[in-house]
Design a protein around this ligand. Structure first.
Ligand SMILES: [Zn+2]
Length: 446
């Protein structure tokens, strides 16, 4: 059945905004975007599903270009003896303790809760980086099923290959990536796979060679690059090269590869990334929380590199992440005009949808005819005029800083959230189950 959103303020994700407009959705695609006058003339069938848009701002569904759904049940976890003195120790004392304790049930619940929280924030596509070293086999299918089928979001999935847990678990990681890429992960508009790698400093040459030998043609990697200074230091000391050059040596700097962070790469490495057309994803709140460094936003954008934005598993809200990306640049450069609206809009509303399109083969990120009908709607009564020229100001200084949640979320034409309520999952029941799953997980991780 066709669906029509009536009476909303509609921003197309680029340069057009209209009040009291309508969006006609047919079979997962946007068929038409209409003004109030056009709406009355438009031929609609007798049976049509009408969604009330009055008092609501409709924007393109958001993309999170780097996250870890497996971190969803870490919230509030006690960490006896937690006293990291470096980024590597943060991984050892927190994240690797948590991921070793994940079993199939906690993998599934983490993905479910993480995807639901993303949906509440207007996210329609997640690019996930998964690790569960004692529950590797089948884990990507479990995460994909929770994201795609239970909640109804699009997703790109990979398993975090690493040598940190020994050769046997590393080999399971290789097989899990390949299995998902060849079976469940066959690219559809809802789901795709990447080959996941943890980071250069936890991967031996033997492991990278195995990836180089077995990664399918055209598939990208998804890896953390120079997140902390030790990634580059270890690479230089052990391999006599830089992280980006090491990946290039194995043929892994590819157009569909995602390099998360890239905080400590040098100018030559940025040039090499630009030449390869690989994707770089910035995660400002995670970087600040781990005290690992500041992203050179201008340096990457000026080279024409596709800079995307992710949360790195710290929260799910892409608009507050974008707000933080802006204020972090202003603070660290001492320039209140740094990271202007045009850069921020480009990152979240051009580059992130472009990343989703590159990986999933679906046109998202615009409310325009022919694009996928991925739409987020906020109950938003603006106290000041909203125009195409200032809508980003409303998103950052109204919706983001006030942490507003969506009232409607549509992915591929289907309602994920309808009038504030999840369409496919019982939120109360999931959260109750999640608390007991988390309790058991924390006991295993202690
Ligand atoms: Zn990450």
């Amino acid at each position: 059945m066709k669906r029509v959103i009536e009476g909303a303020t509609i921003w197309d994700g680029a340069d057009s905004l209209q009040h009291d407009g309508a969006i006609v959705i047919d079979d997962g695609r946007i068929e038409a975007v209409l003004t109030r006058a056009e709406r009355n003339q438009y031929p609609l069938p007798a049976r049509v599903d009408r969604i009330d848009g009055h008092g609501r701002l409709a924007i393109p569904g958001l993309v999170n270009a780097h996250t870890h759904l497996y971190s969803s049940l870490a919230r509030g976890m006690a960490l006896p003896g937690y006293a990291p003195e470096s980024f590597t120790q943060i991984l050892e004392q927190l994240w690797w303790r948590l991921d070793k304790a994940l079993d199939p049930e906690s993998v599934r619940m983490s993905a479910l809760v993480g995807a639901m929280e993303a949906a509440r924030c207007g996210v329609t596509t997640l690019v996930d980086h998964h690790a569960s070293p004692h529950a590797v086999g089948g884990s990507l299918s479990a995460v994909c099923s929770a994201v795609n089928h239970d909640v109804g979001l699009r997703g790109v999935f990979c398993y975090e290959l690493s040598d940190r847990d020994g050769a046997e678990i590393r080999d399971q990681g290789i097989e899990e990536n390949l299995r998902f890429l060849s079976a469940d992960g066959e690219t559809s508009e809802m789901s795709a796979g990447l080959f996941g790698l943890h980071a250069s400093f936890t991967l031996s040459d033997e492991s990278l060679q195995a990836v180089a030998d077995r990664i399918p043609e055209g598939v990208g990697i998804h890896i953390h690059v120079a997140e902390g200074p030790e990634d580059e230091e270890q690479c230089h000391a052990t391999h006599g090269t830089k992280v980006v050059d090491r990946l290039k040596r194995y043929g892994l700097l590819r157009e569909r590869s995602i390099l998360a962070h890239c905080l400590h790469v040098d100018e030559d490495e940025k040039d090499a990334i630009a030449a390869s057309k690989a994707i770089v994803v910035h995660n400002p709140r995670s970087n600040m929380n781990n005290a690992v460094g500041v992203f050179d936003m201008e340096g990457f954008l000026n080279r024409g590199i596709v800079v995307g934005l992710g949360t790195d598993g710290l929260g799910a809200n892409m608009l507050t992440e974008l707000f933080t990306a802006g204020v972090l640049q202003k603070l660290t450069t001492g320039d209140s005009l740094a990271a202007g609206f045009s850069d921020l809009q480009k990152i979240l509303f051009d580059n992130n949808p472009h990343i989703a399109e590159r990986l999933l083969g679906v046109k998202v990120g615009r409310i325009m005819p022919g694009h996928a009908s991925d739409i987020a709607m906020f109950d938003y009564e603006p106290p000041t005029p909203v125009t195409a020229a200032n809508v980003l100001g409303h998103l950052l200084f109204g919706i983001a800083v006030n942490d507003l949640r969506v009232s409607e979320l549509i992915v591929a034409g289907r309602s994920v959230i309808r009038d504030h309520t999840f369409a496919g999952v019982d939120e109360e029941a999931v959260y109750e189950q999640a608390r007991s799953t988390a309790d058991a997980l924390w006991k295993r991780a202690a």
